[in-house]
Design a protein around this ligand. Structure first.
Ligand code: SF4
Length: 414
């Protein structure tokens, strides 16, 4: 079957260049949407005294003023020797960048602060451990056209940008994010043509990099093109913006996204400290626009690997109208050993949630199988045996119950 992509009313070319969203020229009349938050106000007055509240609440101002050097970071944070050394040596690996907003969440004195550990490098990141790889999920070998990963039969991962507002130190795509050279409108066109030519693709996940660092016009162009392909039933956007750059969720963005339903969003959340008033408001705006929100969290040693922290995060997400979706075992990228926990820790946390709290607050715990095997769920043993027709099942309290399994009855009847 040949799918004809109808021309847009305006230009065939994607609007602007790739650098549009990364070369901020912020509008002069941005509404001050988070005016009364004292933490942000105190941080802004102390470290950005010349910035108005309007500028602080402008996502492009946030991008323009990202913290990207040791000397900038040292203004806010008392760095350890380990962190300073890592920052001085990190140039050939994953870039370093933090929005002023996210910097305002970091503890200046505590190097174990979870938010700080998620974005400030340490020297362990430069060490290679057994089993680690640049591309542990084998994405590059499932890439039929540049920027498009086709690993599952009916869905694709469309890497629309390699730019992020913050760079998470445990990023699965640390091999490619922040390079600012591998994605371009010409690539988007090829990826869209591939999707159009493969009618089995019904689900497209826009990711990167963070798609919400792109300009509204660019996203609108991409979404419009994808919506013109009849077999694309579902579009998802994977983003960390509501947690690291909530200012990005503007009324204009939301109004544009609403045009492209059914549109879903997967929000990357790491720790309950990210669930600020600003993040909550950003999620509320997206939820009010009818966008179903799910979360993705990576299990990280010393950051969120306790039942108490994970429970707070999952409960906070549900209150924020985000359904906890995936809890990922950390991928074995190069230099990730200090972030990875034993699988038994993840199972223990999962077991502490399942049955002990609302099912809506329990994410699927998965390993994305190295080599491209896809997501494999990890579930504690619940079927503990069989006695005759009865299945023996262990509940969340460890008690065993019987279920009269229909298989035995059916085989007797036949
Ligand atoms: S926001 Fe996502 S893509 Fe960007 S650095 Fe973090 S994990 Fe990687």
């Amino acid at each position: 079957m040949t799918i004809k992509i109808l021309p847009l009313e305006e230009s065939e070319e994607p609007p602007g260049s790739y650098a549009l969203a990364c070369s901020p020229s912020f509008a002069s009349a941005v509404p001050a949407r988070f005016p009364a938050i004292s933490r942000a106000k105190a941080f802004r007055s102390r470290y950005f005294p010349d910035a108005s509240i309007v500028e602080w609440n402008d996502w492009q101002w946030q991008l323009k003023n990202r913290v990207t050097t040791v000397s900038q970071l040292e203004k806010f944070v008392r760095l350890t020797d380990n962190e300073r050394q890592a920052l001085q040596r990190h140039s050939s690996t994953l870039p370093f960048a933090i929005t002023p907003y996210y910097a305002s969440l970091i503890s200046p004195d505590n190097p174990k602060d979870p938010v700080r550990r998620a974005v400030v490098p340490v020297v362990n990141e430069l060490m290679v451990s057994s089993g680690e790889a640049h591309d542990p999920l084998g994405e590059d070998s499932h890439t039929p056209v540049p920027g498009l990963v086709h690993r599952y039969p009916d869905r694709v991962l469309f890497l629309v940008t390699d730019y992020c507002s913050n760079y998470c130190r445990y990023c699965t795509r640390s091999r490619m994010v922040g390079r600012r050279k591998s994605h371009s409108p010409a690539r988007w066109q090829k990826a869209i043509a591939y999707i159009a030519a493969n009618p089995e693709i019904r689900d497209v996940l826009l990711s990167g990099g963070d798609p919400l660092t792109m300009a509204d016009e660019q996203l609108d162009w991409l979404l419009t093109r994808l919506r013109q392909i009849p077999h694309v039933e579902m579009i998802r956007i994977g983003t960390k913006a509501p947690m690291v750059l909530p200012q990005r969720i503007t009324p204009e963005l939301v109004a544009m996204l609403k045009k492209h339903h059914p549109l879903w969003m997967s929000i990357h959340c790491t720790h309950p400290d990210e669930l600020t008033e600003e993040a909550t408001k950003a999620c509320a705006m997206l939820a009010d626009a009818g966008i179903p929100l799910g979360s993705q969290t990576v299990l990280l040693s010393g950051i969120n690997d306790s039942l108490d922290t994970m429970r707070q995060l999952m409960h906070g997400l549900v209150k924020t109208r985000v359904k906890p979706y995936y809890l990922y075992q950390c991928d074995p990228i190069i230099g990730s050993a200090h972030f990875r926990t034993p699988v038994s820790k993840g199972l223990e946390i999962y077991q502490g949630l399942r049955g002990h709290t609302s099912g809506y607050a329990v994410p699927n715990y998965v390993i994305d199988a190295p080599g491209g095997g896809g997501k494999i769920p990890l579930i504690p043993e619940t079927v503990v045996g069989r006695e005759g027709n009865d299945l023996l099942l262990r509940n969340y309290e460890g008690k065993v119950y019987r279920y009269p399994d229909i298989i035995g009855a059916a085989s007797r009847a036949s």
